[in-house]
Design a protein around this ligand. Sequence first.
Ligand code: C5J
Length: 225
Amino acid sequence: MPNSTLITVAAEPYAFEFTPATCALLIIDMQRDFLEPGGFGEMLGNDVAKLRRTIAPNQQLLAAWRAKGWKVLHTREGHRPDLSDLPPAKKVRGRSPMTIGDRGPMGRILIRGEAGHDIIPELYPLPTEPVIDKPGKGAFFATDLHAILQNCGIQQLIVTGVTTEVCVNTTVREANDRGYDCLVPADCVGSYFPEFQDLGLRMIRAQGGIFGWVSHSDNLLAALH
Ligand code: C5J
């Protein structure tokens, strides 16, 4: 399939069209800190098992994208070991006995270079796939993501990862304001809260796709093959 082929994916509110040359797969924060016990997600009182259903569909999509040789990027939420990029408000938010930078079973929570901060082995990036380290919820804030996408000629994004209503939604909104079209496969994004999963996706596709499109990885894979 030439990279200029126009691919049509069944989606809501209407079909999503992209050409591989200008579309990247952006996988948000599939980190041990969010998906495994003992990390940031659990520290906030969440049941991390709720996110793990996203792993298999992300693996399938990632394998298909890699097999085609198309652009893949990953993000990780986290902070510098000296905490100099951690806003004091984020440090104290939640009033949890453990906070960002404290030592947990997977190392210091949400700190770059620690085991918990890294991407889960099931979706580990290849050396050729840029990893965007972000201090905030959105992948564009205080990162070089926009520059990288511009340099590669990317105009459309398939956005997957966790969590639906926090970092996925924030990133889709940031991308929307920068002129990117975003498609979110519902089974490839996850929330600790079922109602936020549903609402987070509805907010994206409502009002004629005010922030983007929502589909399922089956539709995307069918269109690829
Ligand atoms: C959160 C994220 N939920 N990656 N981060 O704090 O969504």
